[in-house]
Write a protein that binds this ligand. Structure first.
Ligand code: ZN
Length: 464
């Protein structure tokens, strides 16, 4: 018999479900994800909130066609004496882990990119959006007691999702704009985020004023707010310590935290490069920066890009090869907001190294790309092959051509593709290592087939 806070919920609730994947054959319905254009999650701090109110606009889960993918929105409004607008971003990010505590319910990504699945088993046992709302309400209030009132709206009506999504996009943009301007040099602490460790056990996001979290949903200001309201939570302070290399973005304090949180897997991280000791990539990044060795340049691709990139690979294929909390030389998970940072791939040459990107992303960040480079970067509308790209760059006198004179680019035959990229998989934010949790202990089986290569046991920090 179930007791406690979730006695009335037909499925289990707990940290142990965090890494749970729901594969296609087991899925009742997919909410958001890449098959639908409109999806979002948004949390707002309000003065007036009707505590405990859960609203569903559109059909309930059981009434959605089995196997379908539908437009989906989550709107959470919270109130409390101590709350401020600056906390919205981090509270919103917690939708991810709170949803994943629910057995038979999976949540990936963030903001306008969310991807959720509900299992057939959970539906059979009676899981509804109404009940999911109740779980979220209780988790929010117990994990973040600063929240006094909460009301939640789920939207499954596609037209309503579309309408509310455009409002949400404006709010994300305003949030990002507020966070711009501060420099890494201006602060003594950065923030770390391990929210993605359930899917990428060796990953820690380092969030600085000039580097957003990979997911694009947590700025340095968000990190600060989170560490204040929930000091034991997944977002924490990282002391910069001695600066090893300002230009590359390497700091003693960061290296220490990376070593500790990656359980010894990595001991160096340079924040502003895609090569050598790049930032690790979880699975929820908004885009991938990938090297194009034939022209010695860097390409960019984002999650919503439907075709193949200039190197012949889809976002899914590249994401698969990048994700999982690894440092992959030349393949690097990034947020869109990071493209607007003056320190974007600083060490690699920044924008003068970027040679190809989807037209859609280019428009979104155009104002942040140096004017003398922006029109020299090719998109899918300009080129389809590496040979065409080379000609395009040459014809437009892209700064990369200077590098060709200095050192000839690698021949196409040597072009590095990430391992496994030959068989593009359905990118469910690939995981090489899978965490198992039980009885307050998390067991991580690394690259385990029959025998585990390494078994790490660490204390589960989160209470409850
Ligand atoms: Zn992540």
């Amino acid at each position: 018999m179930k007791t406690g806070m979730f006695a009335d919920i037909p499925v289990d609730i707990g940290v142990i479900y965090e890494g749970e994947r729901i594969r296609k054959p087991d899925m009742h319905v997919e909410l958001g994800g890449k098959k639908v254009d409109h999806k979002f999650e948004l949390l707002r701090v309000k003065d007036e909130v009707e505590d405990g109110k859960i609203t569903i606009i559109g059909p309930e889960l059981k009434d959605l066609k089995e196997g379908s993918s539908i437009s989906f929105g989550i709107c959470i409004e919270v109130a409390g004496k101590e709350l401020g607008e600056e906390m919205e971003g981090v509270f919103e990010r917690r939708v991810h882990d709170f949803c994943n505590y629910i057995e038979g319910f999976m949540h990936l990504n963030q903001r306008y990119d969310i991807w959720l699945r509900v299992s057939k088993g959970a539906i059979k046992r009676g899981l509804t959006l109404q009940l999911i709302g109740k779980v979220l309400e209780r988790l929010y209030k117990s994990e973040l007691p600063i929240i006094e009132k909460i009301q939640i709206t789920f939207i499954t009506d596609p037209l309503k999702v579309q309408e509310m999504r455009s409002e949400a996009i404006k709010i994300y943009e305003a949030r990002d704009a507020r966070a711009r301007g501060l420099k890494d040099e201006d602060v003594q602490v950065f923030y770390g985020c391990t929210l993605c460790q359930s899917f990428a056990p060796t990953h820690v996001c380092i969030i600085t004023p000039q580097r957003y979290a990979n997911c694009g949903a947590v700025s340095w200001f968000d990190g600060r707010a989170a560490a204040r309201v929930d000091p034991k939570g997944p977002i924490f302070e990282v002391k910069k310590g001695k600066t090893i290399d300002e230009f590359a973005g390497e700091y003693e304090g960061v290296n220490q935290v990376v070593k500790e949180k990656s359980l010894g897997e990595f001991d160096r991280m340079q924040l502003y490069t895609a090569f050598g000791y790049p930032h690790t990539s979880c699975g929820c990044f908004e885009g991938v920066a990938f090297c194009i060795p034939e022209v010695d340049g860097i390409g960019l691709i984002h999650r919503d890009f439907k075709g193949t990139a200039i190197n012949g690979l889809t976002f899914s294929a590249m994401a698969d090869s990048t994700a999982g909390g690894r440092q992959v030389d030349g393949f690097h998970g990034i947020s869109i907001e990071y493209l607007r940072s003056p320190k974007f791939l600083h060490l690699d040459g920044g924008w003068s190294r970027v040679v190809w990107m989807p037209a859609d992303v280019k428009e979104r960040v155009r104002d942040f790309v140096p004017k003398e480079v922006v029109d020299k970067i090719a998109t899918e509308k300009d080129t389809g092959t590496i040979e065409e790209l080379r000609k395009f760059l040459d014809a437009h006198a892209h700064p990369i051509t200077e590098r060709w004179k200095a050192a000839p680019a690698v021949a196409p035959a040597e072009a590095a593709a990430p391992t496994g990229a030959a068989e593009p998989a359905y990118a469910e934010a690939a995981v090489e290592a899978s965490p198992l949790a039980a009885g307050g202990v998390v067991l991580i089986l690394k690259n385990a087939k029959i025998y585990a290569e390494k078994v790490i046991i660490r204390r589960e920090k989160r209470k409850k």
